[in-house]
Design a protein around this ligand. Sequence first.
Ligand code: PHE
Length: 448
Amino acid sequence: MSKERITFATKLGVVAATVGSAVGLGNIWRFPYETGQNGGGAFLLVYIACVLLLGIPVMTTEFSIGRASRSDANGAFKKLSPGTKWHYVGFLGIFASVFILGYYMVVAGWTAEYLYQSLTGGLLNKTPEDFRAELTAFTQSDYRPLIWVYLFILFNFLIISRGVQKGIEKASNFLMPLLFLIMLVFCIRSLFLHGAPEGLQYLFNPDFSKITPQVVLRAMGQAFFSMSLGMGILLTYGSYFRKNTSLVKTAGTVSLLDMVVAVLAGVIIFPAVFSFGISPSQGPELVFVTLPNIFGKMPAPVLWSSLFFLLLSVAALTSTISLCEVAVAFFIEQMKFTRRKATLLLTSIVFVLSTLCSLSSGSLSGVSIFGKNIFDFCDYISANILLPVSALLITVYAGWVLDRRILKDQLNNGGTLRVWYMRPLLFCIRYLAPVVITLIFLSGLGMF
Ligand code: PHE
């Protein structure tokens, strides 16, 4: 069975792939608009607290369960706690990842369209109003976005059905630092815009009156989404980690890089938002309207905007692959499918779901589930409901059900690492994370 599972060739590859999963549209597309819709600096502060106090402990826990079991998201619980119902937690993660894939593929498709437009000069000489109008026309059209979505799904199919090994690992090693570098350049450019002081003020100056239970829930949802938590992804990747990899150090590195990319995205976007008179709370279109504006003001706009949307597409791709891999690993290991069959099944499901999500801006815009269109529903239910619930169950499992020696063994690598943070970390896993996640979750849903 383990022969069917992909394995990473190197330790660096494992980290790069994990960062590849974490850094994606969540950082560059979702974080800025969530910040814009939820109070700017206040949101950022709550977000950082969520990463440090909840995200890192949950990430370490997922790695531990994965490495201790060396199994897929569902199989891990069967192996560590046979005969119990805990393996359903794995199902929750698999469900969440499929829901996310539904709309993530759609946005990934948008990035591909913008790459195409950049390369063909379609983004040149336009005003902010033009960009806004064109984006609306594009997303509301039925077939134009779908072409790109299907192309993206095909890419995923091709890569995953062949195994993730060399392609992803190598691509991650190369593309992630490059993405970082390009972002830095954009950041510097953005700081010279006339709206920079206002933009930075908006991002870094917290207005505490903006913090409501809803905002805290959304910040936690954003942190979990961005860190790829609660979906069994990190659990699955953790099962490929080497014996001597420090789980806490890896979690710290991945989280830090992920947070830095999100903050950099904010530093790029908000000055532009205020310079071009766009509302910071405009929502999911934010990146697609503000960034093309900055590119237009730079020398060699075609080059920069092509490069940026290429990298955004690639960042999306390394994330979608990790999302797909959770379910594919489950189909292979638990249902004994071949990798090809498993990939075909998953991509068919994603095909249907993302078609619905894409059409929800066009012909299906009248369809609403709990007052949200299909796209927003998939986003809300996965990030704000499935992820927190699944993350909560994972910490309860690791803190209270799993044999403490197994967890400690994972955290200190069988006693070979000196781990001064063992007590605070165990405290976070056992008490802080479960209690805080529950409180935020219930109050965010308006239960009290
Ligand atoms: N973390 C990714 C991002 O920020 C998205 C993602 C979510 C990937 C969940 C895998 C799992 O874009």
